[in-house]
Design a binder for this molecule. Structure first.
Ligand code: NAG
Ligand code: NAG
Length: 376
């Protein structure tokens, strides 16, 4: 099942911004850069003299693992604060929750926002619409105070959903996107960028630890990294373009044989997607290698083969990331096991929660790179 495969290709092609190739630096800019550099050097020096590994501005936020299908955390919106459950999604950039005016069935079973009850609320007439691979929301752009734990973003743009589908049984009310501003609804600023702007976050970095088969224990870290959640050092991978959390995969193999992505491929690192998605052709090839057969709209595997199938290896930036059979096959019941590979009508891959439970992930906006290391 997939909750949130953002149709990010659509989003990417919607607005094309042409940037000037060169730009002359003014003296002010040069000074500002020098200043930044000085601050950076000072920061490094103070960090080296201070042996306590944890960043004082690092904020950790608990997430609930909803049956290994979605990781959901609380945020509040408005004054007084109203609590919502949201998916923290690295595949999209917008925040939205259902409005009390929403007429869709999904809105009757989820928490809705009553804008008359917030003293800091500001409404616009601008439409706010997002398409996901698994649904859509249609509403209006609004502004209010949004809190993630102790981090406060005032006058934060967000969407109020008036109509939505694909979210009827979702274990969350809305979505909070953590991708780049270029994916956001035009003219709005994502919450992470706003928090950074308002000085709530010292370093433009966040990280996810996703627990396996356990409701508690998953965390989102904002503003820094708690290294006790991973083993060994982080391997850094540059993002392909500074538009989304997209990276290049060298190849996908099993037992030393390439089974997909022969000539390299692009993959979105996406906390909002449950499974591993890929182009239909290569994925159906992988289904053959893991002895999966079509079943309903999914692929089924005989459960006992889990213990004999070799791992699937994703080689990224020269490093092998092994995904064992017990991760790429999900045991639904004792007699029903489903493949975690899902074919789409696209040329891109998506490394979703199946992959991110195995590998702790760090998203570094300052250096446009993703860090991966085996999760504890
Ligand atoms: C979110 O808030 C609810 C109620 O306030 C609480 O029961 C739940 O544990 C919270 N979820 C997380 C992941 O902290
Ligand atoms: C998870 O944590 C909540 C509150 O912190 C607690 O009530 C619940 O029993 C825990 N669940 C499990 C499965 O440990």
């Amino acid at each position: 099942m997939k909750w949130l495969v953002l149709l990010w290709l659509v989003a990417l092609s919607e607005c094309i911004v042409i940037m000037p190739l060169t730009k002359t630096k003014t003296m002010r800019e040069i000074l500002r850069e020098k200043n930044l550099l000085n601050n950076f050097l000072e920061e490094q020096a103070s960090r080296m003299s201070d042996d306590s590994a944890s960043d004082p501005k690092l904020s950790t936020h608990p997430l609930r693992n909803a049956l290994d299908m979605a990781y959901v955390g609380n945020v509040t919106i408005g004054t007084p604060p109203k609590e919502f459950r949201v998916v923290f999604d690295t595949g999209s950039s917008d925040l939205w929750v259902p409005s009390i005016k929403c007429i869709s069935p999904a809105c009757h079973t989820h928490i809705t926002f009553d804008h008359h009850k917030s003293s800091t609320f500001r409404l616009t007439r601008r439409p706010f619409r997002i398409l996901y691979g698994s649904g859509m929301m249609n509403g209006v752009l609004a502004y209010d105070t949004v809190r993630i734990g102790n981090l406060v973003s005032t006058d934060q743009p967000f969407g109020l959903s008036l109509q939505q589908f694909g979210f009827d049984n979702a274990p969350f009310d809305g979505v909070l996107g953590l991708s780049y501003p270029s994916l956001a609804v035009p003219g709005t600023i994502p919450i992470f960028d706003k928090l950074k702007q308002q000085g709530a976050i010292s370093e433009p970095i966040f990280a996810f630890y996703l627990s396996t088969h356990k409701e508690n224990g998953s965390v989102l870290m904002l503003g820094g990294v708690d290294h006790s959640y991973h083993k060994g050092k982080l391997n850094w991978i540059p993002v392909s373009q500074t538009k989304s959390w997209l990276i290049t995969v060298d190849r996908i193999s099993m037992n030393g044989k390439v089974i997909g992505c022969e000539h390299g491929c692009e993959a979105l690192v996406d906390t909002g997607t449950s499974l591993i998605h890929g182009p239909a052709g290569p994925v159906s090839n992988i289904q053959k290698f893991i002895h999966a057969v079509p079943y309903d709209s999914e692929y089924m595997v005989s459960c006992p083969v889990i213990s004999i199938l070799p791992p699937v290896i994703f080689t990224i930036n020269g490093i092998d990331y092994s995904v064992p059979a017990e991760a790429y096959i999900q045991k639904i019941s004792n007699s029903l096991c489903l493949s975690s590979f899902h074919g789409d009508n696209t040329d891109k891959w998506i490394l979703g929660d199946v992959f991110l439970r195995l590998y702790f992930s760090v998203y570094d906006r300052g250096n446009n790179r993703i860090g991966l290391a085996p999760a504890v």
